[in-house]
Design a binder for this molecule. Structure first.
Ligand code: MG
Length: 268
């Protein structure tokens, strides 16, 4: 699979430090949102990126590679906590390009409340599930999704790398399709910009870097109360089951100008 990418990060308007970090080098695409006082969060998210950077340019990446990198990242973050007694921790959400029987697949990983979305056929779907108190309350029926947006507990996460958490990440694999547009972001985007607006920006902007910049701008306009990080990736060439490769050149529309109309049903 070949992807075109755009990425951007911003400290936002209220914070003095940017504790988010990201990596967008094939086949590794991820966002980490660090937490903990005294620069611990910044160091935690950077440590995770440094560990996953070892997977860049690795051909034929498999789930075990990602699991092993996550285990090493966890050790690195826990070592930070024991060094300076600050409880360093970080989220991790991301995508890895992989293949099964010659077919291109996305391998998604998530721990915490950074998010991974997929825009396909004009429909935006959040494919990661937040590990957060608010998500648990929604799942148990105690809180509506509408009320969750302004709930005071919305920043409390239930899993992390470090920060005393021992729970594992979630992993998913699903076939990549030509034209898939994926978004990985920290909560500085998703808590400032509603999904409908995110969908609109992703669906109407061709170039992934322009889309990334517009998403950041939109979060700043929304208040910019947190660090904001976005990685946008477009599947522009995808290996098919028959052994052939579909690329955007095979279709009669250009990848950068392809109209992305809303599908019936809208956001799922
Ligand atoms: Mg954040």
């Amino acid at each position: 699979m070949v992807v075109a990418t755009g990425s951007a990060t911003h400290t936002g308007l209220r914070r003095t430090l940017n504790e988010d970090a990201f990596l967008a080098e094939s086949p590794v695409f991820l966002v980490a949102d660090g937490m903990g006082g005294h620069e611990a969060g910044e160091r935690a998210s950077a440590a995770v990126v440094a560990e996953f950077r070892h997977l860049v340019d690795r051909p034929a990446l498999v789930l075990d590679d990602v699991r092993a990198a996550l285990a090493r990242a966890r050790h690195a973050v826990e070592a930070l906590s024991s060094l300076d007694s600050a409880r360093a921790g970080t989220t991790l959400s991301g995508l890895f390009l992989t293949a099964v029987d010659g077919m291109a697949y996305w391998l998604a990983v998530n721990i915490g409340d950074s998010r991974t979305y997929r825009l396909s056929g004009g429909v935006l779907e959040q494919i990661s599930v937040d590990h957060s108190v608010v998500q648990e309350l929604i799942d148990s029926g105690e809180l509506s999704a509408e009320a969750a947006v302004s709930d005071t507990r919305r920043n409390i996460i239930t899993r992390a790398i470090g920060a005393g958490s021992v729970d594992d990440a979630d992993y998913w694999m699903f076939p990549a399709e030509l034209g898939d547009r994926m978004l990985i972001c920290s909560d500085g985007l998703s808590s400032e910009v509603i999904d409908g607006r995110i969908r609109e920006l992703l669906a109407t902007t061709g170039d992934p870097q322009v889309a990334a910049d517009l998403l950041i701008e939109s979060a700043i306009d929304g208040g910019g109360r947190d660090n904001i990080t976005v990685v946008v990736l477009d599947a522009i060439s995808v290996a098919s089951r028959a052994g052939g490769t579909w690329t955007s050149d095979d279709s009669d529309i250009d990848a950068d100008t392809r109209p992305r109309e809303a599908a019936p049903g809208g956001i799922r």
